[in-house]
Design a protein around this ligand. Structure first.
Ligand SMILES: [Zn+2]
Ligand SMILES: [Zn+2]
Length: 171
């Protein structure tokens, strides 16, 4: 997604406000089982520094992924502050800077990088999600099951549950 930095270059040193909607980078996070509700929005200010352009802003996105405990869809509202620099020539003083040419910068890469660096440790549908019964698979948020909690902890019953599932599949 390209964004014009013409104004920032013309009015060097004067921060220019920007807001841009970037299509959700769905394929970059498909392996992590993460999808998005809507676009990713970047807003903040851009400042021309000589030939370079500094972006200072906040990234907001809504991520969706199965809850780590119950597998129902869990939503994560991400809000990440970022500071990035775009340069015309590779600059050893700024090894993390992005390259650009002309009067536009491409914000796709920084969008993906900032999301990837700020993913939650795990997605939860709610803080106190009760998860699934390890024996029968009942979603314990929706009600309890009849399984004996003492048996749940035995390795034998876990194995038996696995075999039961396997049998079901073979029928
Ligand atoms: Zn859950
Ligand atoms: Zn159960």
């Amino acid at each position: 997604m390209k964004m014009s930095v013409d104004k920032a270059l013309r009015f060097e040193g004067v921060p220019q406000e920007f807001e841009i909607s970037v299509p959700a980078p769905v394929s970059d996070f498909a392996e992590d089982d993460i999808s998005f509700a809507g676009d990713v929005v970047l807003h903040g200010s851009m400042t021309g520094i000589g030939e370079n352009v500094a972006l200072d802003g906040v990234l907001t996105a809504t991520l969706l992924s199965p809850c780590a405990r119950c597998l129902e869809e869990a939503k994560y509202d991400m809000k990440v502050p970022f500071e990035e620099l775009f340069v015309r020539q590779p600059d050893p003083d700024h090894p993390d800077a992005y390259l650009y040419e002309g009067k536009e910068v491409d914000v796709t890469e920084l969008t993906v990088a900032n999301i990837a660096m700020n993913l939650p440790m795990q997605f939860l549908c709610k803080e106190d999600c009760a998860g699934l019964c390890p024996m029968c698979g009942q979603n314990l948020n929706l009600g309890t099951c009849k399984c004996d909690p003492a048996l749940e902890r035995s390795a034998f019953s876990a194995l038996k549950a696995l075999l039961d599932v396997k049998d079901d599949k073979e029928v």
